[in-house]
Design a protein around this ligand. Structure first.
Ligand code: DGL
Length: 273
């Protein structure tokens, strides 16, 4: 049906590969056009005007391709731009926040939910609003974890420093008696073993990337957007980065476990929409 069209996935860097990996697993026939704005990552500590500008440039770039759906895989970008992008674009647009919130609500037994994310994601209260829109009686507590993204970006995941940072940062949540914690940032699933170690075995960790791919799959089925036949080998996907393509390729291939084609593009030349 939609043989030529691709799924656009945008992120501030490599973190959205957690969404791309799930889309590749759950929708293996689909072609992905991915843009990671590594040159300007992180977005999480920038102001909303800059995040809006950068995200609109990403949208403008991937919109050059024929898209059947767009995923704003970056929690920070989605928390600032999702609503206006949905209104403006003439295709289904998904963010990671509502799927993550819905998954947390189905997981929780006690109604006590924690949210961790970048400074901007937490400041916008996007997750709290998404949770309360479904159930106003939930107890929701948020915590910005600005030190987590650099641990992933600088490949420090397996160091003692990473463990100490995760443990110390999450300490304020330990007494909150949470049964569910939303990993409200693309990079946090990569820190999940440390987060689990810090928060204990009994807590549900919600990976917004998985949930988003699941909702994308459902939405595509409802709107009959799936590829009905034909092949989209992994080599069909296109990955763009504003940063160093060799580094992106290395991280991408390690994470996705398939060879990927990566091209470098400069987004500064894009017009402000
Ligand atoms: N992709 C961002 C997010 O999910 C994390 C990295 C950044 O701050 O740009 O919030």
């Amino acid at each position: 049906m939609s043989m030529k069209k691709a799924i656009g996935i945008i992120d501030s860097g490599v973190g959205g590969l957690t969404v791309a990996k799930e889309v590749m697993r759950q929708l293996p026939r689909e072609k992905i056009i991915y843009f990671g704005d590594n040159a300007r990552c992180p977005y999480g500590s920038r102001d909303s005007q800059e995040i809006r500008l950068f995200t609109n440039q990403l949208i403008q770039f991937v919109s050059r391709f024929e898209l059947k759906a767009l995923v704003i895989a970056c929690n920070t970008a989605a928390s600032v731009v999702l609503h206006e992008a949905k209104e403006r674009l003439d295709l289904p647009v998904l963010g990671v926040i509502e799927p993550g919130a819905r998954a947390a609500i189905s997981a929780t037994r006690t109604g006590r939910i924690g949210i961790i994310g970048t400074e901007m994601t937490i400041r916008t209260k996007a997750y709290v609003e998404a949770l309360r829109a479904i159930n106003p009686d939930l107890y929701a507590v948020s915590l910005a974890c600005p030190e987590f993204v650099p641990l992933v970006e600088n490949r420090l995941l397996h160091t003692e420093d990473a463990w100490q940072t995760v443990r110390d940062t999450l300490a304020p949540l330990k007494n909150e008696k949470l049964d569910t914690l939303i990993l409200g940032c693309t990079h946090y699933p990569l820190l999940a073993p440390l987060i689990r170690k810090a928060m204990g075995d009994d807590i549900f960790l919600i990976n917004s990337a998985e949930e988003t791919a699941r909702e994308l799959s459902t939405l595509m089925a409802i709107q009959e957007l799936h590829r009905s036949s034909g092949e989209s080998g992994d080599h069909d996907h296109l990955f763009f980065t504003s940063g160093d393509p060799a580094i992106f390729k290395e991280i991408g291939e390690e994470w996705l476990q398939v060879p990927i084609h990566v091209e470098q593009r400069n987004l500064e030349e894009q017009l402000f929409l």
